[in-house]
Design a protein around this ligand. Structure first.
Ligand SMILES: [Fe+2]
Length: 295
């Protein structure tokens, strides 16, 4: 994102003046950051107070990317959503945004199987409050987790600017190992952005591997595990999932979706997600019929 767009975003920061930092100082610190990052890939300033970082993630020699987002909260502190490898450059960028990590309030893990980089992140930023999926808490013992996202009170912690919902029709607490469909969706109102891992993916120009699993150019794809263990066993699960997505489309005023994996959809995300759910209707119906037959 170029500097002009960043500055445009900064102008709409007036609503953030509800916490410990003044709008002016927030704008100044972000302006400083904008200048420093105007030519670098990371972070992408998606909208006011929303920074998306892309990280490398290789599957069969192909870099399908993974992600982390930093959300500026009304109190002037940051909520970190997911973690990526802390390369020297990435750490430098995070440190500059967050005053060396001192204004990172919380770190959350939204997907049961996106766990790799949490320990290293915690080592670098041990003073934040950490929240994850139940699987994060079960498998990463070195972090003193403050709670998990299956608890509605945890999901409400950053309201009203940030809303978090868990996909329905899919197991979140104890997911089958191949279930990549289930995740917590994080919606940031001021930037009109949803952060999603795996449940839905988007590729500008998918490579061979992604084309093999049905990913189409400039289209969104629901994770293929929907056809396997992604959904719960009962016949209504496909429709519960579909209705969850439709409710997000109705309730949330979003324009952008940042996604692992492969690309982000910046601008026009709501229309494309709506189109995607409509296109998948025969799939939801077929899965319903199959589940009914084998019940
Ligand atoms: Fe993933």
């Amino acid at each position: 994102m170029n500097r002009a767009v960043r500055l445009g975003s900064l102008r709409s920061l007036a609503f953030l003046n509800r916490g410990t930092k003044s709008t002016a100082s927030l704008e100044q610190s972000l302006l400083k950051t904008s200048r420093q990052y105007s030519t670098s890939k990371n972070p992408i300033n998606v909208g006011p107070g929303f920074y998306n970082f892309r990280g490398d993630f290789k599957v069969m020699m192909m870099n399908i990317q993974t992600q982390m987002s930093l959300i500026l909260l009304p109190n002037g502190k940051y909520l970190v959503v997911d973690t990526i490898e802390l390369t020297k450059d990435t750490k430098k960028e995070i440190d500059e945004l967050t005053d060396g990590g001192r204004i990172i309030e919380s770190v959350i893990g939204t997907h049961s199987f996106h766990t790799t980089h949490f320990e290293a992140f915690h080592k670098s930023y041990p003073d934040a409050d950490y929240y994850g999926t139940p699987r994060h808490l079960k498998n990463i013992k070195k972090i003193d987790w403050k709670g998990d996202l299956s608890d509605p009170s945890t999901r409400r912690k950053w309201n009203p600017d940030v809303e978090i919902r868990i996909t329905e029709g899919s197991e979140f607490i104890n997911p089958y190992p191949s279930n990549r469909l289930s995740s917590a969706w994080v919606f940031h109102k001021p930037s009109k952005t949803i952060h999603i891992n795996d449940t839905v993916m988007y590729a500008e120009d998918p490579g061979f591997l992604f084309r093999m699993i049905g990913v189409k150019k400039q289209k969104m794809t629901i994770h293929p595990s929907i056809h396997g263990y992604g959904l719960k066993d009962h016949p209504e699960a496909p429709f519960e999932f579909r209705d969850f997505v439709n409710k997000a489309i109705i309730d949330w005023d979003f324009d952008n979706m940042v996604m692992a994996h492969v690309d982000n959809k910046l601008g026009g995300a709501k229309e494309l997600l709506k189109e995607t759910v409509e296109e998948y209707e025969p799939v939801f119906k077929r899965l319903h019929t199959i589940k009914k037959m084998i019940q």
